[in-house]
Unconditional design. Structure first.
Length: 398
């Protein structure tokens, strides 16, 4: 199985900064006051600390010493943001859920959950439900009241892309692959340059087992393998997807022909162009067989007769053929009994087994060369099924 790539979700810092005022210094919030000078100093120290790990320690100290601070909400949000900055995704989501408990529908908390949920890589029903709820809320909620139209327009696209991507990821974990497909297509319509989403789309489409979607699955893997711009999979990931695609394409198409053209098309767009068709191995073989039949019709008269004689109704077919003149056929010469032969050994493959022994009514003036083809007919006199061999008498060549 191809390794599933799990990348940390993109942290939408610009969105969070636009959505929420910066954490205020005590002197900037007249309606809020530290309880004493010690809290004032702890707030300033916490706010000014750049290292996330140290800041989390200061926040814990602040919480312990001043659980009922006027800055309780600000502290709660800062815990959420700092855990996110520290890469502690589960803790950041936990902080966001605490914000939502106190402030239902909070934009920043929902955005934090929607952004970080895929990075957890969890199939927990609770995690998936939280991610779905937060993403759906962002999609339905529209512009937050504290954002200007200009601010909202600058971040709306990223928010909707992130929300639909998380919904797709949630559906993928639940094996609801049709819904996941729909969400991932929506995401790529908003932002075509997301290699991870193209890879996920290939997976959920392939998992549906719908032959009408084979082109979409193969094209999506090709996109994930070849796209190298912003939002692409890492180089090692692209190589792994390319190897997987080559194997998958070979199994489906029975050849590597057309794979390079598919990759070239995938460099230009995230979803397959209208009318894209990749012929399966069975279709290619059917067409090749038809071409061989058209080129060698009398050879296939024999092949069809042989298959009928060795099939489930072979005894009945032989009963109708025995003692009668065979249809005209064409086979390769595998041998003759003399330079002026009265018996030819024939087969459907040069150098293959003898499948027809043709006893001629009249000797030939010269033996046909080994490997050449002859057209013939004769009276069916004997037949063995395994190994197959048909004996004709009173035969003639033409």
């Amino acid at each position: 199985m191809l390794k599933r790539f799990t990348t940390s979700a993109v942290i939408v810092c610009a969105v969070l900064l636009a959505a929420s005022a910066a954490f205020p210094a005590p002197q900037e919030a007249a309606e809020k006051q530290p309880k004493d000078m010690a809290e004032y100093e702890l707030i300033n120290k916490t706010f000014e600390e750049a290292d996330p790990a140290t800041k989390l320690q200061l926040l814990a100290e602040w919480q312990e010493k001043y659980p009922e601070s006027d800055y309780k909400e600000d502290r709660l949000r800062l815990v959420m943001r700092t855990n996110q900055a520290a890469g502690k995704l589960a803790e950041a989501i936990g902080g966001a859920e605490e914000v939502l408990r106190q402030f239902p529908g909070d934009f920043e908390a929902n955005l934090t959950i929607a952004t970080l949920t895929p990075g957890l890589g969890s199939e927990s029903a609770e995690v998936l439900s939280a991610g779905e709820k937060a993403s759906s809320s962002l999609i339905a909620g529209g512009k937050p009241a504290n954002l200007s139209d200009e601010q909202w327009n600058s971040v709306k696209g990223q928010i909707l892309t992130t929300s639909h991507q998380t919904l797709g990821w949630v559906h993928m974990q639940r094996k609801d692959n049709v819904k996941a497909e729909s969400e991932f297509k929506t995401v790529l319509g908003m932002n075509p340059n997301l290699g991870q989403v193209s890879y996920w789309l290939g997976n959920v489409v392939l998992a549906q087992g719908d032959p009408d979607k084979n082109e979409l699955a193969l094209f999506s893997f090709a996109r994930a393998a070849v796209y190298e711009g912003e939002g692409a999979l890492p180089a090692a990931g692209r190589t792994q997807v390319a190897d997987y695609l080559s194997t998958l394409y070979g199994k489906y198409a029975g050849t590597q022909d057309g794979l390079d053209a598919l990759k070239q098309a995938a460099m230009k767009q995230p979803l397959p162009p209208a009318g894209l068709t990749i012929e399966s191995a069975s279709v290619r073989e059917f067409k090749a067989e038809e071409a061989r039949r058209d080129a060698n019709p009398l050879v296939y008269v024999f092949i069809d007769l042989r298959d009928a004689l060795t099939g489930s109704t072979g005894d009945s077919v032989w009963s109708n053929l025995q003692g009668k003149v065979s249809p005209k056929m064409e086979l390769y010469v595998l041998g003759a009994d003399s330079d002026r032969p009265q018996r030819l050994n024939l087969g459907s493959q040069p150098g293959g087994p003898v499948e027809v022994v043709l006893n001629l009514e009249n000797r030939l003036r010269a033996a046909p060369s080994r490997g050449s083809k002859v057209n013939f007919e004769g009276v069916a006199s004997n037949m063995t099924k395994s190994p197959f061999q048909l004996t004709l008498t009173a035969g003639s060549t033409f």
